[in-house]
Design a protein around this ligand. Structure first.
Ligand code: C2E
Ligand code: CA
Ligand code: CA
Length: 646
């Protein structure tokens, strides 16, 4: 008679008990895969426990009633085989391949039913196991079928997992591989050494691995607050997307956060943020998420009432927060900035949603407690991504084209200069305007490559067409503030201009003011101007009068030309006060000795007005739109006739 060794099963039950306790101690994510994992733990635990009694039953069948002997064996066999089906369900819930969802459930159901059928009838049929006339435990002819169904489940699970392995990290892949290899190895080992029943033990060990790889809740919780973190939020949104479920998000922001950050310092802000998370989490439990230091989200299904109410959220902020700053306890009152987003476009992914939330502040105060619709909010975010993709494609495939817009020199009476304006031409998307793609390129660091392209192409154009002989003195090229902040810009431009053998006087660089251009920005700009002025490059201050401290820059930057923004001109044509401002702006610029360009001239009336007021250069659709270089050259050759006709 075989002498079974129950130690391994005892160890397996103990391990599963510990894992079950760990599983319950942590907050659970409540997803389908969590529930299946829980079933796997219970299954492994019960299988190991029952296995111990099965040893005694098999070893001493004469001591127990026969039905009891069969019952122990049947339950054990079913639980043990169920592990393979549970693994398949688990992998299915982790990989979430929508198209095979129903098929998978069908297969699992069929296997489980088949197993149950042959196992729980074996005391009559003697197909799987039976006790012979000497009460010796014997395998029946269909014992192999159990191996086959288990093998099938594991094989399908492995195939699905491998097809989607990119969704997982190395540790997760290893833990599943270990499960498969471990369980197979233990079964094979057991066939040769029937006294060592190690398969439950091996199963328990690999479940530990799977637990740390997949079910580690710390991954989804924020530090000490135990509030769900951004990862958990992304996961939830992805899950809702998979289920195609509409839902509502309440986005809570700390109003005036920048000032609070200033006065509290980094430690204080971290502390405050955790206090808020605690309250929000206590109030909303599993539906609260800690997205950022100053941002929390609460999700509610739309089918259950009207979602989260403003009052409920505000109640988290009614009481003051007491912060420990050094030795002092500082009370602070926080104003929540609330926004409700209804996610009606269920195809928004978790990471897109985080981006959407982070981009909300721009519109915040306007909407405050009104409901926003996610499908509207996601459009500009997706468009920006698309534009960035087009930019990168254009950089790779040289998809940019430089257009030229002629500028009229009033005194000379001809088009002695032009502005180079870039266009993006894409085969599928068509023409994308610079108003749209330049800001995207600036934000994503692509502006340097684009700037380099424009500068090179203009140098080539100047060189190839000997523009001086066509009456053109220089071409104006736009520089983005981001480009000007690069110390090496001046040298780069010099190198390229020398490469093409260009006279530096044929280049005019247009610079713009920005809000960030204080202090260091102005110093960078000054260095750039001085550096290139020495060689003969001239500078224009673009978009004068739109936006920021225009006069300040006029004083601080040694530019040669000032370009008055078209908005100022257009406004002046509409009302008298703006007209006065335009006229006085022109007078002021002339008095400090700079030349003036006005852009956006669309009518004869505008041109006359500006000429009367002493502007030096005029640029606008009245003369020409920005056009490709051949058209520009053509325009130059016919410009005299053109001006006469005007
Ligand atoms: P900007 O530098 O202010 O350029 C003038 C813009 O006004 C051009 O728009 C031009 O087509 C437009 N414009 C000129 N006259 C008229 C007119 O009479 N009526 C109207 N409605 N518009 C007129 P565009 O080409 O779309 O360029 C937009 C902006 O994109 C430029 O504004 C500039 O900030 C930026 N940009 C264009 N090319 C470049 C470039 O090569 N580098 C950089 N950094 N920015 C560029
Ligand atoms: Ca410009
Ligand atoms: Ca401009």
């Amino acid at each position: 008679m075989l002498q079974f060794r129950p130690e391994y099963c005892i160890a397996a039950s103990a391990a599963m008990l510990i894992l079950l306790i760990m599983f319950f101690m942590k907050r659970n994510y409540g997803m389908r895969s969590n529930r299946i994992f829980f079933l796997m733990l219970i299954d492994c635990f019960l299988a190991a426990m029952i296995n111990i009694s099965t040893f005694y039953v098999i070893s001493f069948p004469e001591r127990y009633p026969l039905w009891f002997c069969y019952a122990c064996n049947e339950v054990y066999l079913f639980l043990y085989n169920a592990m393979a089906v549970l693994l398949l369900l688990y992998i299915d819930s982790k990989t979430r391949i929508a198209s095979i969802k129903k098929l998978m459930r069908g297969i699992c159901m069929a296997i489980a039913l088949f197993d149950a059928l042959i196992i729980f009838t074996t005391h009559w049929t003697k197909l799987v196991v039976f006790y012979d006339e000497n009460l010796v435990y014997t395998h029946g002819p269909m014992m192999r079928s159990l191996y086959v169904t288990a093998f099938m489940s594991v094989a399908i699970a492995t195939a699905i997992f491998n097809a989607k392995h990119k969704m997982f990290n190395l540790y997760q892949v290893l833990s599943i591989d270990l499960f498969v290899v471990g369980v197979f190895a233990s079964v094979i080992f057991q066939l040769g050494h029937r006294e060592y029943v190690i398969s439950n033990f091996v199963c328990a060990m690999v479940l530990f691995f799977i637990y740390t790889a997949f079910e580690n809740q710390a991954y989804y919780l924020h530090g000490d607050t135990l509030c769900y973190n951004r990862r958990a939020f992304i996961k939830t949104v992805d899950l809702l997307r998979f289920k195609k479920e509409e839902y509502m998000l309440a986005i809570i922001r700390v109003a005036d956060f920048e000032n609070i950050r200033h006065s509290l310092g980094k430690m204080g802000v971290d502390d405050l943020s955790e206090r808020i998370a605690e309250r929000v989490c206590r109030k909303f439990g599993k539906s609260a998420y800690y997205i950022d230091l100053d941002c929390f989200a609460v999700s509610r299904s739309v089918s259950v009432g009207a979602g989260v109410s403003k009052k409920e959220i505000e109640s988290c902020f009614e009481e003051q927060y007491l912060l420990q700053l050094g030795d002092d306890e500082v009370p602070i009152r926080i104003e929540p900035d609330l926004c409700f987003v209804r996610v009606n476009d269920t195809d928004i992914s978790g990471s897109e949603m985080v981006e959407l939330i982070q981009k909300l502040p721009e519109h915040y105060s306007e909407y405050s407690s009104a409901v926003l619709y996610a499908d509207e909010l996601i459009k500009p975010i997706r468009r920006e991504k698309e534009v960035l993709r087009l930019i990168d494609k254009a950089i790779r495939n040289r998809g940019f084209v430089v257009y030229y817009q002629p500028i009229l020199d009033v005194e000379v009476g001809s088009f002695t200069c032009a502005e180079a304006l870039i266009r993006l031409k894409d085969e599928e998307a068509g023409l994308v305007g610079p108003e749209e793609f330049i800001p995207v390129a600036e934000k994503n660091g692509r502006i340097h490559e684009i700037g380099d392209y424009v500068f090179r192409d203009v140098c080539r154009f100047i060189r190839e067409n000997e523009i001086l002989s066509r009456g053109v003195n220089y071409i104006e090229i736009n520089l983005s503030p981001e480009q000007c902040n690069r110390v090496e810009l001046a040298n780069q431009l010099i190198t390229v201009a020398m490469e093409y053998g260009i006279d530096f006087r044929q280049i005019n660089l247009e610079i713009t003011e920005t809000a960030e251009m204080r202090g260091q920005g102005v110093r960078n700009m000054n260095r750039l101007i001085n550096n290139l002025h020495d060689r003969g490059v001239t500078f224009s201050l673009d978009d004068f009068g739109s936006g920021f401290a225009a006069i300040d820059y006029l004083i601080k930057l040694p530019v040669d030309i000032v370009k008055i923004d078209k908005g100022i001109l257009w406004q002046a044509m509409n009302d008298e006060p703006s007209m006065k401002i335009l006229k006085n702006t022109i007078r002021m610029i002339k008095e400090v000795g700079k030349k003036i360009v006005v852009e956006g001239i669309e009518t004869r009336e505008m041109a006359d007005l500006l000429i009367r007021n002493g502007c030096d250069y005029l640029q606008g659709y009245l003369y020409s739109r920005p056009v490709p270089e051949e058209e520009y050259l053509e325009f130059l050759s016919r410009s005299e006739e053109y001006l006469e006709a005007l």
